[in-house]
Design a protein around this ligand. Structure first.
Ligand code: PXL
Length: 281
């Protein structure tokens, strides 16, 4: 069994970050050891006035205590962070984990905008973590932030145009950060009146573009579930492109089922009804 150090926030209501990461990776037979970066009453997508407690002060001592208590991590998996200082802590943890797979989801924003609790300094410094990672999983917004560029909405591009645009972004991300594997999510396109949400994958020098019909709407937490399924599959020994394909098909299915249930978008996807599909006999 692999043990994953999951450095993300705990947003109590709304199904994102640790509340979806732990069940997803557990269903895939991995142990998850959370190192919470912040405690929020809800996530920031569609809610206002959420409570927020920054947990920076307990992260490094918490990591040291787990290590001295015998914890060994096969992967360090970071996501939403609560302060700029946490980037130093996560860098330290990564440097202290030379045998671990370093998987950085550079959570910062969506639709061209930073999340409510993110500062420009955090945005500028996320590059430090990406430089230390083997795997990064930015969405389109985060990818352009990491390249210091302006957001481009690809929704009106054809699939081929979006594919080329995403290929170019992935190549430049790889050149700048040196990561072995990149999965770029949320690359929209449209063709013949149909909308698509695609995932671009650059693994070593092989590029793939996974095309999915856009069914319903975008839900919070899907980036966290995508990254978790991808990591879970990688730790089960599969090739990166195959893992990314499984993760993106799983998200497309979750979104389409949740859309039919007509629940409020900000409540996230109905993961609980579909966890059993991740369990391998
Ligand atoms: O799913 C990414 C995420 C994680 N944590 C918090 C968020 C979001 C996205 O909105 O608000 C608190």
């Amino acid at each position: 069994m692999k043990n994953i150090l999951a450095i993300h926030d705990l947003s109590c209501f709304g199904r994102c970050s640790l509340t979806v990461i732990i069940p997803t990776l557990s269903a895939m037979s991995h142990q998850v050891t959370p190192l919470p970066s912040a405690l929020l009453s809800t996530h920031t997508g569609g809610f206002t006035d959420m409570t927020f407690i920054d947990l920076t002060a307990q992260m490094k001592p918490g990591f040291e205590h787990m290590r001295s208590s015998g914890a060994h991590f096969d992967a360090v998996y970071s996501g939403f962070l609560g302060s700029s200082e946490q980037i130093d802590t996560v860098s330290y943890i990564i440097k202290e984990s030379p045998d671990a797979l370093i998987f950085v989801d550079p959570v910062m924003g969506d639709d061209g905008k930073l999340y409510q609790t993110y500062t420009t300094e955090m945005k500028n410094r996320m590059s430090e973590l990406c430089s230390l990672a083997s795997v990064i999983t930015p969405n389109l917004t985060e990818a352009v932030f990491l390249l210091d560029e302006n957001y481009v909405d690809t929704a009106s591009m054809s699939i081929e145009q979006a594919r080329e645009f995403a290929n170019d972004l992935c190549i430049r991300l790889k050149k700048k950060y040196g990561c072995r594997h990149i999965a770029l999510t949320g690359v929209e396109a449209s063709e013949n009146g149909e909308s698509y949400v695609n995932t671009a994958v650059l693994s070593d020098n092989d590029f793939d573009f996974i095309v999915n019909k856009h069914v319903g709407t975008g839900y919070p937490g899907t980036g966290d579930i995508f990254a978790s399924v991808l990591l879970g599959e990688m730790l089960n020994g599969k090739g990166f492109a195959e893992c990314a394909e499984r993760a993106s098909r799983y998200i497309a299915k979750l979104v389409s089922y949740t859309f039919e249930e007509k629940t409020p978008v900000r409540n996230g996807v109905s993961l609980e009804n579909h966890l059993k599909e991740l369990i391998q006999e």
